[in-house]
Structure formats: structure tokens, C-alpha cells
Design a protein around this ligand. Structure first.
Ligand code: SF4
Length: 326
């Protein structure tokens, strides 16, 4: 560890002032403290924001859901409205981490978490995300867990969040508050693909605070769920995952929301799969045909070629679970 200063914000204005002066916000600290211990991150000032009033889960006027940035993962997963309206969110959170972590980590921190690429956390390895221009040790290294979609020559790290996959599928948006006021960013635009600047991971600006994530209302009934495939049954990151939400009325799929995790540099939306489903009657054959589009554009690496096929099977299986054709 190294010296840093620590301040506790008493209210939102206090936090924004400290953020404007260069402070880093911290709440659960489940990612940032680890990275500081490993000297991957070296903030000079930490601003504890846990006293801010961002702990509510509310149903919006239009029937959507707003989850405050400081709601703990465990609280969000267990919340009656989340479970009733969007089980895919609850399931993604419950499959995310150990109970201890879910009781500490917040929703805002979850979508800000950094990659689990081992080279990123090894300060002796080349890593463009940690040190721009230094190279990428994963390209010729052990890259079994890395991304096959949205990669660049500069970085191939997979995005680690499960609930972010559900948020992407459901067309969520992120509410931000900065010194100049508030703004709302579509979730699909909030997380950035690496391109030539993998060190930039979110659209958030210095001093901006995440105040919450909003999920818009979707037509009812909406069936949804999350499937995560991993090397072991608990406390492991996804090799592949699928978030699926279907609005089926009169025996026909009217709306389909599908996104994948473990395979993209950001949560990976699957519009070709969605298009293949809309207007059709649920069947095993339909779901197999739709899932065949899941790995379109994939660029596998030396050790993760299996992910393209595994992704198709993951999506097909979860379509069958949610679509009721198991
Ligand atoms: Fe760093 Fe990205 Fe390469 Fe991992 S994949 S070593 S995070 S540049």
C-alpha cells in the first residue's frame, strides 16, 4: 500500500466538490481496495460516499425501475420489485459473487468494476489498459477467459459484470450527476469498447457521480432470466452468460431482449438473435436457429476458441428456459 488521504462526504454537494478536486469515489470498495493493494490503482484521495441518499429502489412513473447507485448487490437481488418485474436482474446479481461481496458491493460500483484480466492486475506485465502504450500480454499469453467480441489490437479483456449484461439487455440507462448538473446515458453508451484507448472504460467524467440505474418499462407479461456458465459453481466469472427477456402474447414473441456476458469487451447485445425471434412462435427449433447468430463477428484467440460454440449453446438454452420450451 502507499499513502493516500481519505475523506467522508456528508452530502451530495460535499462529494461533488471533492470529486471536482480529483478525489476518487468509494463505497463498498470491493474492487478499488484490491487494486490499490496491488498498486494497479493509486488514487491520492478517496471520497467515501456511503452517506449519500442513493439507497432506494423505486418504481418510476412509467412503470420502470430505478435502482440507487448505493443499493448493495444483495439488497437489489432480494428486493421484491426487482424480483417481480425483472428476475433477470436478481438472477444475475445472485450468480455474481460470494454472499460477503454481495453484501458490500454496490450497484454503482458493480458497473464501474474493472477487468479480471490477470495481466492487468500484474504490474510487471505489459497492459495497455493499465499503462497505455505498453502492449498487451494477453494477446500472446494465456487468454482462455478473454473476449471474442468487441476486441481490438490493443486489448481483449472481457467485461466482468453479470448484472451489466442484464442492464444492457433491458436497455437500461445510467443517471450521472456532475458539477454542471445531471445527465442520463444509455447503458449501451456508458461502457466503452477498448479501441485504441482501453484505459478509458466508461463515458463518466472526472468528478461525476453515478446516482442510479434506470430500467425502462417493458410490455407485460415479461418473462426473463439469466444463465451463467463458468468453470466452477460459485464465486467465478462467466465463461459465457445470457440475459434473456421475452414478451409473449397470443402465443407469439412480440419483444425479445438478449445480451451475452463473458464474451465481449462490454456486455454484448445480440440484435440479430432478437430479430430472428420477433413475430415467431416459441419452439425449440426457433431458439436453435436464433442462437446460431449469437457469435456473429467473433474473433477468438488461441485459447478461447470454444467460447463461440459455448455462447450459442448458452443463448439457446436460456431462450428455451425463458420461452417455456425446455
Ligand atoms: Fe491489459 Fe487488456 Fe491486454 Fe489484459 S487484455 S493485458 S487488460 S490490454
Amino acid at each position: 500500500m502507499y499513502p493516500f488521504s481519505f475523506t467522508k462526504a456528508s452530502d451530495t454537494r460535499d462529494a461533488l466538490d471533492a470529486g471536482r478536486r480529483g478525489g476518487r469515489y468509494i463505497a463498498g470498495g470491493t474492487t478499488l481496495v484490491d487494486l490499490m493493494r496491488e498498486t494497479v490503482e493509486r488514487p491520492e484521495t478517496l471520497v467515501d460516499i456511503t452517506a449519500l441518499p442513493l439507497r432506494e429502489v423505486t418504481v418510476t412513473e412509467r412503470g420502470g425501475l430505478r435502482i440507487g447507485a448505493l443499493v448493495r448487490m444483495g439488497e437489489a437481488a432480494a428486493h421484491s420489485k426487482v424480483r417481480a418485474l425483472y428476475p433477470v436482474i436478481s438472477e444475475a446479481l445472485e450468480l455474481s459473487a460470494s454472499a460477503q461481496l454481495r453484501n458490500m458491493a454496490t450497484i454503482g460500483g458493480n458497473i464501474m468494476q474493472r477487468t479480471r484480466c490477470t495481466y492487468f492486475r500484474d504490474v510487471s506485465a505489459a497492459c495497455n489498459k493499465r499503462e497505455p502504450g505498453s502492449g498487451c500480454a494477453a494477446l500472446d499469453g494465456f487468454n482462455r477467459s478473454h473476449a471474442i467480441l468487441g476486441t481490438s489490437d490493443a486489448c481483449v479483456a472481457a467485461h466482468p459484470s453479470d448484472v451489466a449484461v442484464a442492464f444492457a439487455a433491458l436497455h437500461a440507462s445510467v443517471h450521472l450527476l456532475g458539477p454542471d448538473g445531471g445527465r442520463t446515458v444509455a447503458f449501451a453508451d456508458f461502457l466503452l469498447r477498448p479501441g485504441s484507448t482501453p484505459n478509458r472504460e466508461q463515458t463518466i467524467k472526472q468528478g461525476e457521480l453515478i446516482t442510479g440505474v434506470e430500467i425502462p418499462a417493458h410490455p407485460r407479461p415479461l418473462r426473463s432470466g439469466y444463465l451463467k456458465v463458468r468453470d466452477r459453481q460459485s464465486y467465478e466469472f462467466a465463461l459465457t452468460s445470457a440475459a434473456v427477456a421475452l414478451h409473449i402474447r397470443g402465443g407469439v414473441i412480440r419483444e425479445a431482449k438478449v445480451a451475452a456476458g463473458g464474451v465481449g469487451t462490454v456486455p454484448w447485445k445480440l440484435p440479430a438473435v432478437e430479430r430472428h425471434l420477433i413475430g415467431e412462435r416459441p419452439s425449440k427449433a426457433l431458439f436453435a436457429e436464433a442462437a446460431a447468430y449469437a457469435a456473429e463477428g467473433a474473433r477468438p484467440l488461441a485459447h478461447n476458441r470454444f467460447k463461440a460454440e459455448l455462447l450459442k449453446r448458452t443463448v439457446e438454452r436460456q431462450l428455451r428456459v425463458v420461452g417455456g420450451t425446455r
